[in-house]
Design a binder for this molecule. Sequence first.
Ligand code: UD1
Ligand code: UDP
Length: 357
Amino acid sequence: MKIVSVVGARPQFIKLAPVSRAIRAAGHHEIIVHTGQHYDERMSGAFFVELDIPQPDHNLGIGSGRHGEQTGHMLAAIEDALLRERPDGLVVFGDTNSTLAAALAAVKLHIPVGHVEAGLRSFDRKMPEEINRVVTDHVASQLYCPTQAAVDHLKDEGVTSGVHLTGDVMFDMLLSMRPRLEQRERDLLRQFGVTAGAFTLATVHRAASTDDPEALSRIMDGLQRLESAVVFPIHPRTRKLIDQYGLHVGGQIQVVEPLGYLDMLTLTASAFRVVTDSGGVQKEAFLLGTPCVTLRDSTEWPETINAGWNTLVAFDPDAMLAAWRAEPPDRPIVNPYGEGDAAQRIAALLSAWPATR
Ligand code: UD1
Ligand code: UDP
């Protein structure tokens, strides 16, 4: 079968890596389409090299823009690519504008859509990602859910056909990298001048955290008040807005370029605490046993909260410090994200799709 996988933003390259490998191992002909939503080398190209993902067959070069503008340009360009490729199915990942555009382009051409990371909900419709998830789930014909909670959300919305509990492909990916973290740790900690278990790893990029100068200023203030060094791999969006607002970032906060995946996981495992508004990073902190402080008031990964390893603090510096100081529970972490074979399960489900053309 001919399958088109569409990606565009950093977390999607990480999700694509195991899925692409499994799709090809199952004997399918995979075509990779990169929308170009992320384009800096460290946000895009570097992941294809590091994770050994085949180079995209089509790079649409869409780049940045307002939501409608960016999504609209993607929709037109993906439609062109699909008309040329005429695949039997299309796979999308997560909840970005690239996900939404690809799902819409395909479904209008009657190409069945498979959604990796289906059923996640924050129940906050002001998040662009929530709109992208809901729409994508409602046009997809195969829905690959990472958790039982995701299956339940879809059921609550009346989506029951084509729903599969596969486990989480990011857990597959993390498992495959885990044996390499210990070896990488010493050099990396030396590079950043920090000590294992005595620093904080922070990431910030979400619209809600960065588009409002007051929110971003409170977050930076909160990071400044933590009682450890802070390594802060900065998303280009956040760098631009910090400059635009004229915020001062210094002192214990060490701003560094976006990291590669192995380095990011290594620092996550080694940190005393992770402070983030990222979806993927919350989950990785949990799986690597590092308590997480989340700069949001909702999350798509409630299992991490229920286990006591993640705390939502929104943008409140006092709450941030209190959560950062708190000790995690000593009960063992129960992993709700599958068996590490989500990508293979997805590839097997694709094989069950009737070839349509
Ligand atoms: C996007 C996703 C978000 C995801 C995140 C992962 C949407 C609506 N948002 O957010 O769900 O969590 O990716 O990182 O799809 N920029 C660069 N270089 C790049 C990429 C972006 O400079 O390579 C800057 C541009 O100024 C751009 C801004 O970052 O306007 C935002 O990029 P965009 O892709 O629109 O959204 P993200 O915040 O990255
Ligand atoms: N990540 C990375 N380098 C970084 C920051 C994040 O490799 O400097 C990885 C991180 O380990 C996770 C994914 O990118 O696997 C999360 O992406 P991001 O935070 O951009 O998006 P989200 O998950 O919030 O959609």
